[in-house]
Design a protein around this ligand. Structure first.
Ligand code: ADP
Ligand code: 5GP
Length: 198
């Protein structure tokens, strides 16, 4: 049995829902699954490193990459640009390795159009007050940024029916198991595999 080409996974959901937390727990348990590193014009948080968490660019640098067609998708979110560099993704997929993008909803919708084979996963909070509490509890944004992210979240949640999978992040361990099950199920699809009887 041999993998044909890699699978592209898109994980989206409102800011503060726990996408990063879930991925940081599930990724180490799966082989050959690469997390795409995005570019952004947002300022780095104290614990973030350039080239590890994001490629931190200024607006001019970001816009030049857009003009050069270097992004598979890009979007404006909460006053900053975010984009997925396409080069590393195509390289991994061609090698038969899987890639996961952790991006916001407008970008996810662009991927759905461009790469209809992508497995689209939405992470939702159990309820709105929980989302608000998590976003506040993270202490990475000021009040204005939190308010904007929550307002955006209400619109993002309306897009859930356009996704293939919905993971509700209530209990972390249960949500983590569910997310891992999605990755494993997608990897077993016949169109991602070839089978030769010997
Ligand atoms: P996102 O990447 O979607 O913006 P984070 O992974 O940064 O969200 O999570 C936001 C906050 O919520 C973090 O402080 C994280 O520790 C917390 N969190 C994530 N998932 C859960 C959960 N299931 N239960 C309680 N807290 C959680
Ligand atoms: P944060 O500023 O909290 O790191 O990210 C804000 C939002 O931007 C999150 O929902 C995150 O998933 C999303 N994001 C991160 N990278 C990208 C990207 O490359 N493209 C898009 N469209 N969104 C991204």
């Amino acid at each position: 049995m041999k993998e044909q080409k890699g699978t592209l996974f898109v994980l989206t959901g409102p800011s503060g829902v726990g996408k990063g937390t879930l991925l940081s727990r599930v990724l180490p348990t799966l082989d050959s699954l690469f997390l795409s590193i995005s570019a952004t014009t947002r300022s780095p948080r104290p614990d973030e490193q350039d080239g590890v968490h994001y490629y931190f660019l200024n607006r001019g640098q970001f816009e030049e990459k857009v003009r050069n067609g270097e992004f598979l998708e890009h979007a404006q979110f909460s006053g900053n640009y975010y984009g997925t560099p396409s080069g590393p993704i195509d390289m991994h997929l061609a090698r038969g390795e899987d890639v996961v993008l952790e991006i916001e909803v407008q970008g996810a919708m662009q991927i759905r159009e461009k790469r209809p084979d992508a497995a689209m996963i939405f992470v939702a909070p159990p309820d709105f007050p929980t989302l608000e509490a998590r976003l506040r509890g993270r202490q990475t944004e000021d009040e204005a940024a939190i308010a904007l992210r929550l307002q955006t979240a209400r619109e993002e949640l309306k897009q859930i029916p356009k996704f293939d999978y919905l993971v509700i992040n209530d209990d972390l361990t249960r949500a983590e198991e569910e997310l891992k099950a999605v990755f494993l199920a997608e990897r077993s699809r016949t169109n991602h595999r070839t089978f030769h009887m010997s």
